[in-house]
Design a protein around this ligand. Sequence first.
Ligand code: FAD
Ligand code: SF4
Ligand code: SF4
Length: 482
Amino acid sequence: MTVARDLALEGYAVTVFDADPKAGGFMRTQVPRFRLPESVIDEECGFITALGVEFRGGTRIESLKGLIGQGWDAIFVGSGAPRGRDLDLPGRKEAAANIHLGIDWLASVSFQHIEKIGRRVIVLGGGNTAMDCCRSAKRLGGEDVKVIVRSGYDEMKASPWEKEDAQHEGIPFLNFHVPKTFEHDNGKLVAMTFELVRAEFDAKGRRTLVPTGESDVRVECDDVLIAVGQENSFPWIERDIGLEFDQWGLPVLDKASLQSTIKHVFFGGDAAFGPKNIIWAVAHGHEAAVSIDKFLNGEDVNERPPPMVNLTSQKMGIHEWSYDNEITRDERYVVPWAPKELTLTSIKVEVELGFDEKTACKEAARCLNCDVQTVFIKDACIECDACVDICPMDSISFTFNADEADLRKRLTAPALNLTQDLYVSENVKTGRVMVKDEDVCLHCGLCAERCPTGAWDMQKFLLQTTKAGDGCRSKSKLGAAA
Ligand SMILES: Cc1cc2nc3c(=O)[nH]c(=O)nc-3n(C[C@H](O)[C@H](O)[C@H](O)COP(=O)(O)OP(=O)(O)OC[C@H]3O[C@@H](n4cnc5c(N)ncnc54)[C@H](O)[C@@H]3O)c2cc1C
Ligand code: SF4
Ligand code: SF4
């Protein structure tokens, strides 16, 4: 939909084929309604179709060869990573009726093909899909829903807030349980057994799960949801049409242009490099649209347009800035939830209520203005040390240059976070350098307020990626066209 949007705005005739009846992909079929109401997806996708994009829902493409044969000028493949990993354990086939692949089950819930689940539900897996599965099961009649996972709590792949949300809804996690068998009674699932393990780490920090030797654990259940991973799958792409795949079954692509080995076929989102997230897929969409626009204008898709970057001084007076530089030491505000008694009654009741206006303003006031940069103008500095004195974070030092390891120890406050770069200026007049530890800077602007010579300025940084259209085409071509 992102590619369609960018190209429709440039006047291209764009057709979207989707196997699902409505646009939105996994946002619609996987992300449960209690996290993302359908009205939001309808509105966002509606903005795009209103641009004149033709959306052909319920149209699964069964053959890329056939699609290419229809003569489209360019094709973008954004078919996602739609296959959930299975667990081939004893009893899997016999008890299949009550064992579901998490992502397929979530899609069926989203399409309202499934409206209830058994009373006792086991969710296998520790990622975000497992969290969506267990919370959905709880709303569809699962009274006793458990997440059972091989790893420890801290190593679970789910985001910390997703884990917290599930636990807030009363869902227990059983860690260090490795699934062993599905038990059934004449094909009716009755329980699962698990081997207990503990984590052992070698000198390089690599983890191995070692059996504890305790007896296996048997957990009774009516349904199991398997959420142990997700894979790419392209059964509809023929392997003899010149489109190369790598050893992981992913298309061979140029990382920047997203062009495949068939020059007018581009990929993006989960289909390109494996499952990730929505913003990643959208970013790919913008880049692929640039590639397609350049390709259709006979340009080299590898010549990528630079992003637009800009720095603007925020100074309005000696102590006046066009941004709010006051530091608020408030703790993070938690987004309020609707009461559990209400949210657990329906899959459609949104859980997060959002901030009210007053809290939103307080939360916004915590912003550290990381887009407003401290800019040091070395030639204006008279080395009076006033900025060093005023800085509340001891972020600034004037010292003689040295190896980074040595320099880090000799600053006003040692800079021990090696993941954060130091800014080291060229030599100032005494031959020393100004070193700034970006890790601790609050962007408060006190250094710039205090500096008697204007050697510090606070400048707002703007980065804007170039979208499809004139801006992404090479100047020489535009000149030639004119
Ligand atoms: C349970 C779950 C929860 C998630 N929650 C989040 C979250 O909270 N935040 C986040 O950022 N990400 C989340 N993700 C990940 C996110 O959904 C994906 O990374 C993102 O949707 C990928 O976008 P995409 O456009 O590449 O593919 P998709 O969203 O998967 O869209 C692919 C589309 O292609 C269509 N399609 C596939 N094959 C064909 C074919 N042959 N012919 C026609 N159409 C076809 C499908 O019908 C679908 O509409 C979640 C994923 C899962 C599984
Ligand atoms: S902006 Fe504030 S925290 Fe950052 S260097 Fe200047 S005085 Fe220190
Ligand atoms: S306050 Fe200004 S002039 Fe003084 S040391 Fe800092 S940057 Fe240099």
